[in-house]
Design a protein around this ligand. Structure first.
Ligand code: BGC
Length: 454
């Protein structure tokens, strides 16, 4: 018998709990010729950077098929849809002239969602920086944060009347680490610790955008940050020190400034600008909730003498830590360990760390990569993580919603189309049809949600 057939129904979540699915613009929209170029277009054009040699020029062609996709979301029975707005679709040059056609697309999408009774939850930045801004220095420059706030105001003026719940940035930690420090994602920079200004400018962009959104009348604002427990490879001083440092980069660098209004010790001095303290006041502009993207815990030890391969990444020797494989757990097709109890640990740990200062949480992403339409392993993953989430809530953590990553199989960044995270299968082998087929996990989630609302 499959594992989940034997399970009890999911525990009951609060009546007002928000259920949703997530996607991002670059990963699904396609219609690349109808927007300005982004750093991801330039990155994918370089042979060898995307493992299967593909691009997101067409992706799921959601730009043209959004009605079908909204119908799938409505039929699933979720309350909300988290999508991202493509900055270069709205402002092809990053700033200045607004594309009427670009804004019209999001207007149509939001109307379609509202008509279907699904709440639109836009994310303003999911890694697709306009190439025009990147060519001038991108997130290494403070100017990009200011341009971002202008862009936020443009989008809010158009769809802020119907979209009330907003996300400023998606995972600035990954964008800094993978995009600017290690070069595994666009824009492909290898700055290592010189990437810290990129972190600061994204945080500043977040704070400025919170202000711009509020000025435009938006009242319900958060950020989607990635988090996961860090487990030291051993109890040796060298391993725990390395793990603490990794934990600081992943779990505190982007959370402390937003939640506490300060950087972890020793970091503020490394940040750019004349007045980091003044910037921190902007960054700490109160959010209405704090979004968590959770996938996996990480085991971390002291640096090894040679460059390490980890999760498809080649990590340079200069790093003061080295992630290790977590061997004793099942794995997704991406090779990521499946550890639901780490989800509970993460959430209760945030409660311990931030206490009353912690805003209400929303799980803005959680999901897994598995092949196949009969995806029992995805059902097991989601079931296990929802139970783990419920345990954290029973322990007193205030969580207001949960968004599955992802609605559709999509362009999974440097992996191309090789990793499938969707509740709905997309037939990329037939680009003219791009047929959507709901998987077993889609049917399971629909039934689970029905049971939540007797
Ligand atoms: C990102 C998504 C990505 C997912 C799976 C998250 O880090 O926000 O864009 O597809 O992880 O890798």
């Amino acid at each position: 018998m499959a594992a989940s057939d034997a399970r009890e129904p999911l525990p009951q979540f609060p009546r007002e709990f928000l259920w949703g699915v997530s996607t991002s613009a670059h990963q699904i929209e396609g219609a690349a010729g109808l927007r300005g170029p982004s750093v991801w277009d330039a990155f994918t054009a370089v042979p060898g950077r995307v493992k299967d040699g593909t691009t997101a020029d067409v992706a799921c062609d959601h730009y043209h098929r959004y009605r079908e996709d909204v119908a799938l979301i409505a039929e699933l029975g979720v309350d909300a849809y988290r999508f991202s707005v493509s900055w270069p679709r709205v402002l092809p040059g990053g700033s200045g002239e607004v594309s009427a056609a670009g804004l019209d697309f999001y207007d149509r999408l939001v109307d379609e969602l509202c008509a279907a009774g699904v709440r639109p939850v836009p994310t303003l930045f999911h890694w697709d920086t306009p190439l025009a801004l990147a060519d001038r220095g991108g997130w290494r420059l403070r100017d990009t944060a200011e341009r971002f706030a202008e862009y936020a105001a443009v989008v809010a003026a158009r769809i802020g009347d119907r979209a009330q719940k907003w996300i400023t940035l998606n995972e600035p930690a990954e964008h800094t680490l993978l995009g600017h420090a290690l070069g595994q994602h666009a824009p492909g920079e290898h700055l290592l610790f010189d990437a810290l200004p990129v972190a600061h400018h994204q945080l500043l962009a977040h704070g400025l955008a919170v202000r711009a959104l509020r000025a435009a009348g938006v009242t319900d604002i958060g950020i989607a940050n990635s988090h996961g427990p860090t487990w030291p490879a051993s109890s040796s001083a060298a391993d725990t020190e390395a793990a603490d440092f990794y934990d600081l980069l992943l779990n505190r660098l982007f959370a402390d400034p937003i939640v506490l209004g300060r950087y972890p010790e020793g970091i503020a001095e490394l940040m750019p600008g004349d007045d980091v303290e003044a910037d921190l006041k902007v960054i700490a502009e109160p959010v209405d909730w704090y979004g968590i993207n959770f996938y996996q815990p990480t085991k971390v030890g002291a640096p090894l003498p040679t460059a390490t391969e980890f999760s498809g990444l080649t990590l340079p020797q200069e790093l003061p830590f080295s992630p290790r494989e977590l061997d004793d757990y099942p794995r997704t097709d991406f090779g990521w360990p499946v550890v639901p109890e780490a989800f509970t640990e993460l959430l209760t740990g945030l409660g311990d760390r931030y206490g009353d200062r912690l805003p209400p949480l929303v799980i803005t992403e959680n999901g897994c990569s598995y092949e196949g339409i009969d995806d029992q392993r995805r059902i097991d993953y989601l079931d296990g993580h929802l139970r783990a989430l419920h345990r954290a809530m029973e322990a007193g953590i205030d969580v207001r919603g949960y968004f599955v990553w992802s609605l559709l199989d999509n362009f999974e960044w440097a992996e191309g189309y090789r990793q499938r995270f969707g509740l709905v299968h997309v037939d990329f082998a037939d680009p003219a049809a791009l047929t959507r087929t709901p998987k077993a996990s889609y049917a399971w989630l629909r039934e689970a949600l029905r049971a939540q609302r007797p």
